[in-house]
Write a new protein. Structure first.
Ligand SMILES: [Zn+2]
Length: 451
């Protein structure tokens, strides 16, 4: 660890977290001990934590106080983790309908978030300080598995809104101090890709972080132009938010000369699982209970494939209890050779997001379009289909509160991104159909990327 990183890890970041009333440092230190516990001890700990979490939720969250009463559910009677299945599943539509009653009555300093989610179903939700501390700590622990620490230079390839608010500007100062450099992943014109490559060469980051599709796209560009990036000393590329394909892993690993570590989670569901250097996809079991369910909502035994459902134990301010992610995976009883007792998640089939191509040839990450829709009120679900360079269709399943006047704004923003003479059609549908594979894809492009 060099001097600057040492200073950031031990002074700057702890002070930053203390000022924000986060307990991240203590949580991370504790997690670095508990990761080595035997699986059975971790389970015991989960049960204790689950019990006190549900008791707290019963006290503080009106929605669950009423629900527990109706179901005659008493957290004190919880005997095993399996008893969690006595509570109903939650999904985005339930959270949308009850978002006020889901806030703890005494919660302070909640932050509002929104996400497109894996099914193109927008969701607005709230995150308290405890939750932030736990999610940041879990990510911090995972970066340390790979010999990278907070304060080491990092390149983040991520979608970001074009206009910056006050919060974003504060974040920029923090990012600068922590040596995090953001490359906006929305627009990937040839000129932008050249810039990205130069930026990475100049910064010599210890770590890359981003969507696998976006990192692979930059890698492909570098290879095409014979730009050497495998001698910069990059230790690891963290990828998340999308399904990671083998060809992407290979492209990223050879180009940047570092291993790829896959992460699974989301703003809504939390930091669910992350790969260790031995290859195991370890669940953040101290905070997150993962269940796998079948199509009827019944819990499946370990080893069987089904939908991932999570309960996040640090979310008493705005609970996520038995929350359906829409993604598919299976649990495993295997032990990872790294020796950590944290259980493993296998064969995760997350969402995929296509790139779209603007009329002038600029390649855009699908999120550039998703961001337009997910902020609008009254949209229950959506899907964007780019049929050709000249036409894009948007399917929208309306909820109450949808304002037809939004059409004009959608048209304008889509044209701004894709080209002023591109035809944008809005089709209203009852619900968004899944793909044949059974998975949702919320951005589908039939335009081929020129390699
Ligand atoms: Zn491991």
């Amino acid at each position: 660890m060099n001097c600057y990183t040492n200073w950031v890890t031990h002074v700057v970041f702890p002070v930053h977290e203390w000022l924000k009333k986060h307990t991240t440092v203590a949580v991370r230190k504790d997690m670095e001990k508990t990761q080595w516990l035997a699986a059975s001890d971790l389970k015991k700990r989960q049960l204790e934590n689950l019990k006190s979490f549900l008791k707290e939720v019963e006290q503080r969250v009106p929605y669950y106080r009423n629900l527990f009463k109706t179901l005659n559910f008493d957290p004190n009677n919880l005997n095993s983790l399996e008893d969690l299945s006595h509570l109903p599943l939650t999904d985005k539509s339930i959270i949308r309908q009850h978002s006020d009653e889901l806030k703890a009555f005494d919660a302070i300093g909640l932050s509002r978030f929104n996400t497109g989610g894996s099914s193109g179903e927008p969701l607005v939700f709230y995150i308290g300080k405890n939750r932030v501390s736990h999610d940041v700590a879990a990510k911090w622990r995972a970066t340390r598995w790979w010999g990278v620490d907070i304060g080491d230079p990092e390149i983040v390839v991520w979608g970001s809104p074009i206009e910056l608010g006050k919060q974003d500007r504060i974040k920029l100062i923090r990012d600068k101090l922590l040596r995090t450099h953001l490359l906006p992943a929305f627009e990937m014109s040839e000129a932008k890709l050249d810039e990205f490559v130069q930026h990475i060469q100049a910064l010599k980051p210890k770590m890359l972080f981003g969507y696998p599709s976006a990192l692979a796209h930059i890698a492909r560009h570098a290879q095409k132009h014979n730009k050497k990036l495998n001698d910069l000393g990059i230790k690891v590329a963290f990828v998340t938010s999308e399904r990671l394909y083998d060809h992407q892993r290979e492209m990223i690993e050879t180009t940047f000369g570092c291993p790829v570590a896959n992460g699974y989670g989301g703003r809504d569901a939390g930091f669910i699982a992350h790969q260790c250097p031995a290859g195991g996809m370890h669940i953040t079991a101290e905070d997150i209970i993962v269940e796998i369910i079948d199509k009827q909502g019944q819990v499946l035994p370990v080893g069987e494939e089904g939908e991932i459902v999570i309960t996040h134990l640090a979310t008493a301010d705005f609970p996520f209890i038995r929350y359906r992610t829409g993604d598919i995976a299976k649990l495993s009883n295997d032990l990872c050779v790294c020796g950590r007792g944290l259980p493993l998640l296998k064969d995760i089939q997350g969402r995929t997001t296509d790139f779209v191509v603007a009329k002038d040839g600029t390649v855009l990450h699908g999120l550039a379009l998703i961001y337009v829709l997910r902020d609008l009120p009254g949209i229950g679900g959506f899907k964007i289909i780019q049929t050709s360079l000249d036409e894009t269709r948007i399917q929208i399943a309306r909820d109450q509160g949808y304002d037809p006047a939004c059409e004009e704004a959608i048209q304008q923003t889509f044209k701004k991104r894709l080209g002023s003479d591109v035809a944008i059609h809005i089709d209203y549908v009852d619900h968004i159909e899944k793909e044949k594979s059974g998975k949702f894809r919320y951005v589908v492009s039939h335009v081929e990327l020129k390699e």
